[in-house]
Ligand binder design. Structure first.
Ligand SMILES: NC(=O)c1ccc[n+]([C@@H]2O[C@H](COP(=O)([O-])OP(=O)(O)OC[C@H]3O[C@@H](n4cnc5c(N)ncnc54)[C@H](OP(=O)(O)O)[C@@H]3O)[C@@H](O)[C@H]2O)c1
Length: 437
């Protein structure tokens, strides 16, 4: 039997404790698969006295995770602290600089510092594995980095945040408001006490920025993402979507266009019959479209200790199986110097169908004025429906427009015009429609 792979785990929370549990419970099987044992030799967390439900006897404890990364007698440092700066960054940097492989589940860190960390990993000839950072247990990084060699990606998109998908699923299934769903999600532990990061799309954006780099061979560009969360989605939108044969999902989408790459996170209408529309609750999904493979969709658990630990342990096992001197694949699919600058496509040039829900004064000529604003901006309509809404006053009505393919700029101009005409009684709701098989 070969020498054991010695592992140091920094962070023993939901994911860290699960990783220790899996490594202990599956020790024999992992040894058979990897040809050598995997041994946890060092750990670090904030509170040494806390019971984590795992046996830490015989494992060296480090008060400071950066010291663990630099000085512990380990081959691999597993960073499960979280956060884009502070202890997590110090720990990963120290580990790579001292020539140790790193496994992390930290999307925030990679989105902000991934390139710099990949450069250090390349220079030191060590691995930086991060399967758990995007869509938890779904093996999307490995698939894109290794299994799709030679493919040219045209679009990658997905449901990358379980909290948002849980809320939208329940809003549709039970007809309850966004606020009620959020409160329930918090009570059940699916949403943080401060849910802003999830529901306003930031978490999805972090994951999307990593997928974009892998998909298009570009430098990570976390600040060049169009961002819209789900907090303004109402029952009226969900009901109208259902009537028109759509379901609303928060998607992260990265797409190559003639003017550059679009990175966008926003509520999206997908056809009810599409595969991605069947992804319910906290489940995640990632779809990749390429020239050789065609369309691939993977779905599965995007979070939770056990599912995330599955991805982390897979990354550790890959390192255990690798041989010294064997040249590993680059962190973001190609060497850092080969990654192209990210060229952002302007959101105004985005092309697609649009759903527009207007609440307007119920008076003569409104319908014609709306249609004229659309025509003036060369927007052709797939459907235009008006009906009285049960939550509205008697002198208001709802008008729902679904456009054929048009541009964001045209839609914004038309909606501005309608607002200027004084017909709308509330802010118009605009939701983009995404093509999905
Ligand atoms: N939870 C999920 O479902 C999930 C899914 C995918 C990815 N991730 C990612 O996995 C990572 C860990 O998430 P988690 O949910 O396990 O977090 P968590 O439960 O909050 O655990 C964080 C751990 O880090 C430790 N820690 C905090 N500051 C530290 C410091 N300065 N030095 C050393 N240890 C420190 C904490 O110590 P104490 O326990 O002593 O307080 C705790 O054990 C994050 O990057 C997260 O984004 C999580």
């Amino acid at each position: 039997m070969n020498d054991a792979l010695r592992v140091g785990v920094a962070g023993l929370g939901t994911v860290g404790a699960s990783v220790l549990r899996v490594l202990s419970q599956k020790s024999d099987e992992l040894t058979r698969q990897c040809g050598r044992p995997i041994v946890v030799a060092a750990v670090s967390a904030r509170d040494r006295g806390r019971d984590r439900g795992v046996d830490l006897s015989g494992i060296e404890w480090f008060e400071d995770s950066a010291v663990l990364a630099r000085e512990a007698a380990v081959d691999v440092v597993v960073e499960l602290i979280g956060g884009e700066e502070g202890a997590a960054l110090a720990c990963v940097k120290a580990a790579l600089q001292s020539g140790r492989h790193v496994v992390t589940a930290n999307k925030a860190l990679l989105s902000r510092h991934g390139l710099q960390l990949a450069e250090i990993a390349e220079k030191k000839g060590v691995l930086l594995n991060y399967e758990a950072a995007v869509a938890g247990g779904i093996p999307v990084i490995k698939t894109m980095r290794e299994a799709m060699a030679g493919n040219t990606v045209s679009r990658v998109f997905g449901i990358l945040n379980g909290t948002c998908n849980y809320i939208l699923t329940r809003m549709e299934a039970e007809g309850i408001s966004f606020d009620e769903c959020l409160k329930d999600a918090q009570r059940l532990g699916y949403a943080e006490l401060d849910p802003t990061f999830d529901i306003e799309g930031h978490d999805t954006a972090h994951k999307l920025s990593i997928l974009t780099s892998l998909a298009f061979g570009t430098k990570i560009a976390p600040d060049d993402i169009y961002l819209e969360g789900i907090s303004n989605i109402t029952q009226a939108d969900i009901r109208a979507a259902a009537e028109l044969g759509y379901r609303i999902k928060l998607l992260g989408v990265a797409q190559k266009t003639d003017s550059g790459i679009e990175q966008r996170v926003h509520p999206t209408m997908v056809p009810t019959a599409s595969v991605i529309a069947q992804v319910h609750g906290v489940t995640n999904a990632v779809a990749v479209e390429t020239d050789i493979l065609g369309e691939l969709l993977m779905s599965g658990p995007g979070a939770g200790g056990s599912a995330t630990a599955s991805a982390v342990v897979g990354d550790i096992a890959d390192i255990a199986k690798s041989r010294p001197g064997f040249q590993h694949g680059p962190v973001f699919g190609r060497p850092v110097k080969e990654l192209q600058p990210y060229k952002r496509a302007r959101m105004r040039s985005h092309e697609g169908g649009y759903f527009i829900r207007l609440t307007v004064h119920d008076r003569t000529g409104v319908f014609a004025a709306i249609a004229k604003r659309m025509a003036d901006n060369d927007i052709s309509l797939e459907s235009i429906v008006q009906h009285a809404n049960r939550d509205q006053s008697a002198d208001e009505k709802t008008v729902i427009l679904v456009t054929h393919e048009t541009t964001e700029a045209a839609v914004r101009k038309a909606v501005e015009g309608i607002t200027k005409d004084g017909h709308a009684t509330t802010k118009p709701q605009v939701i983009r429609i995404e093509r999905a098989a």
